[in-house]
Write a protein that binds this ligand. Structure first.
Ligand code: ZN
Length: 184
């Protein structure tokens, strides 16, 4: 089944800046491994990035200004910088599907299965998984390439996605095995 790697909100503001999640930097090496695996197989790597309109987007009332269009905080962290063949989808809500062209892009790429990584497991990853489920995609969440504010919130979100959206919860090493093992 044709897969795409989704990297959700690995932006300066969430890793180092105004809405920093302490665990976010710990998952960077695993996401890098997955990016390398997908690129080596010429499979799609899609960055799904918060990109807010200053003082306008509803979410900013809850969280304060973050990932504002054009700022350092809205850029993907240097360690995971997008390259030439990668795709970038900008979003203004938690879900990568809401009012974006992610679904169109995935259909044009004939992708049926999404490998979700990034932050936060219980907010943007979870809402993206919900919308992926409603649209009929297979969902894989990488347990050691996603992170939340606390480990408990991370674990609860993984369990929720497994129970409610039928998500498969796999490790980085398990995804590498699936992608890189010789085809029969
Ligand atoms: Zn946001």
């Amino acid at each position: 089944m044709s897969k795409a790697l989704l990297i959700i909100d690995m932006l300066n503001d969430f890793v180092y800046g105004s809405l920093k999640l302490p665990a976010a930097k710990d998952i960077v090496p695993n996401i890098k491994r997955l990016i390398d695996a997908f690129r080596s197989q010429k499979m799609p790597v899609i960055y799904v990035n918060d990109n807010h309109v200053r003082d306008v987007d509803l979410e900013l009332k809850l969280w304060g200004q973050h990932a504002i269009t054009g700022t350092w905080g809205s850029k993907v962290i240097e360690e995971l910088k997008p390259q030439g063949h990668d795709f970038i989808v900008s979003k203004r809500r938690y879900s990568g599907f809401f009012a974006t062209d992610l679904d169109l892009l995935l259909r044009e790429l004939s992708v049926k299965s999404l490998v979700l990584t990034g932050v936060a497991t219980d907010i943007c990853v979870l809402h993206t998984a919900a919308d992926a489920f409603f649209r009929g995609y297979e969902i894989i969440v990488v347990s050691d390439a996603t992170a939340s504010l606390t480990h408990d919130r991370h674990e609860r979100a993984l369990n929720y996605m497994k129970e409610v959206y039928g998500a498969k919860i796999l490790s980085t090493a398990e995804i590498e095995n699936i992608l890189l093992k010789p085809q029969p």
